[in-house]
Design a protein around this ligand. Structure first.
Ligand code: NDP
Length: 302
């Protein structure tokens, strides 16, 4: 058996996110000095979904570490739509709150779109409000969803100018695929959006200098789908069935990492690639929101 050849550089999202969080921390301290208040993020969690509890806890911890005030609102699963909307409206009016995040998914019976629509678009640091989707689409200043913006940062850090590069985004969700394609288009890449109805997906992917996989299918993108030297961003987070040495189940991406390593020019690992960028960009969006609310220019380099 031949030895596995590794050609791909590992794009270290964890290290990049740590650097970004340090810059955000410095900028948040300067903001607090200038305005006599900390930037503030309100996180609303309804119900007791285990994964959501972990995410919300991690977001609050990251806020505090960066000098951003975190206001947590944990509500029971029995919360009514009216109660939730009343809280969102209160947060919209609260001058201490620059960003509002309602952790999804909401328990059954609560309409996610109605709740997102109730958030003040200028506090919508998740970038999920239709006003922010529209602003991104027409090139106006707004908020861009954290995960795709984090992917763009990693790509630009690794490749520099993306002009003229062929990019394939696999997945067309409102929170990852569509905004990712828009960001790459704005960065002058030539973009193809692939999805479950795409014909000859391996062939489509093989054309790409940049592959962003946001599907939710473990190891779907195989090594022989990838153009030699391409840059691969793996957004997927999939938990495999538990094994003896991994009783919680191993986390893998949408790309077959072992195979891709031998072909790609660079690739993000899972975990440690895109995942850590999402929270870092959430902090970044909150800091930017705070500057806008205070009438200050957003700090450079974040
Ligand atoms: P969605 O389920 O909303 O979207 C998945 C997309 O993949 C859809 O557009 C779907 O196509 C497409 N798709 C499904 N099967 C195939 C297939 N066989 N071939 C081609 N395309 C296919 O997922 P999300 O966008 O929310 O998330 C995608 C992945 O990214 C998940 O693993 C999720 O856990 C992860 N994620 C990671 C984050 C992070 O912080 N790193 C944040 C957000 C998500 P169609 O539209 O035709 O159905």
């Amino acid at each position: 058996m031949g030895e596995t050849v590794t050609t791909a550089a590992r794009i270290d999202g964890k290290a990049f996110a740590e650097g970004l969080r340090a810059r955000i921390g410095a900028a948040a301290a300067a903001f607090t000095q200038a305005t006599a208040r900390r930037p503030g993020l309100a996180v609303v969690l309804v119900g007791d979904d285990a994964a959501s509890q972990v995410y919300v806890g991690a977001k609050a911890k990251a806020c505090e570490a960066a000098g951003i005030a975190s206001f947590e609102h944990r509500l029971p699963a029995t919360t009514s739509a009216a109660e939730l909307l009343t809280l969102v409206e209160r947060l919209n009016r609260d001058p201490e709150v620059d960003g509002i995040l309602v952790q999804l998914p909401l328990p059954q019976g609560l309409d996610e779109q109605a709740v997102i629509a109730a958030i003040d678009p200028d506090k919508d640091v998740d970038g999920f409000h239709v006003i922010n989707a529209g602003r991104l689409s027409v090139g106006q200043e707004g908020f861009v969803p954290c995960t795709p913006l984090g992917c763009l940062m990693l790509l630009q850090d690794h490749l520099g100018d993306l002009s003229g590069l062929d990019a394939v985004v696999i997945g067309r969700s409102n929170i990852v695929g569509k905004p990712m394609a828009q960001l790459l288009t704005d960065a002058n890449a030539t973009v193809t959006i692939a999805h479950s109805r795409t014909k000859n997906l391996p062939e489509v992917v093989r054309r790409a200098d940049i592959v962003v996989a946001a599907v939710g299918r473990p190891g779907m993108v195989r090594g022989d789908w990838i153009k030699p030297g391409a840059t691969v961003i793996d957004v997927g987070i999939n938990r495999l069935a538990p094994t003896e040495d991994k009783p919680k189940g191993r986390l893998v991406g949408d790309v077959h990492y072992g195979e891709a390593l031998a072909v790609a020019g660079a690739i993000t690992p899972v975990p440690g690639g895109v995942g850590p960028m999402t929270i870092a960009v959430l902090l970044r969006n909150t800091l930017v929101a705070a500057h806008r609310h205070a009438g200050l220019d957003a700090p450079e380099g974040i």
